[in-house]
Design a protein. Structure first.
Length: 131
């Protein structure tokens, strides 16, 4: 095999590898685009007055009493352990209630719980504070 034959083989192999890499990259990009279309962004409850406040109250009223109680404590940055001890529940039960409350309120963090509860203000039936 001559030197020119081996360099041609290397070039052809390199082109083949690059073609496969490009095909995989385009497939990944296509899936990412499809995934973002299938999972639209979560609706953020805004702080503007009027209808949005009614919407927040409506979302809050969909929570059970226990979910409201735990959400209030979470909004005050209590840990799951502290909430469990205070309410005589298991940590897993507290985590489940928090997860259900997050889903119902369309929020993702304790910071958002705090913001949500602050925006509700005195208009909501918030459980009493502890501590």
């Amino acid at each position: 095999m001559a030197a020119s034959d081996s360099s041609q083989l290397i070039v052809v192999s390199l082109i083949a590898v690059l073609s496969v890499v490009y095909a995989l990259w385009t497939r990944i990009q296509s899936r990412r685009r499809q995934s973002s279309l299938d999972n639209p962004p979560v609706k953020i409850v805004s702080s503007s007055p009027g209808r949005d406040k009614c919407e927040r109250l409506s979302l809050w009223n969909n929570l059970s009493i226990r979910e409201k109680e735990i959400a209030r404590l979470a909004s005050e940055y209590w840990s799951d352990d502290e909430i469990a001890r205070e309410l005589h529940l298991s940590v897993r039960t507290v985590q489940n209630h928090l997860q259900h409350a997050r889903e119902k309120l369309h929020i993702h963090s304790r910071h958002e719980f705090k913001y949500f509860v602050q925006q509700l203000g005195a208009d909501s039936e918030l459980p009493p504070r502890y501590g």
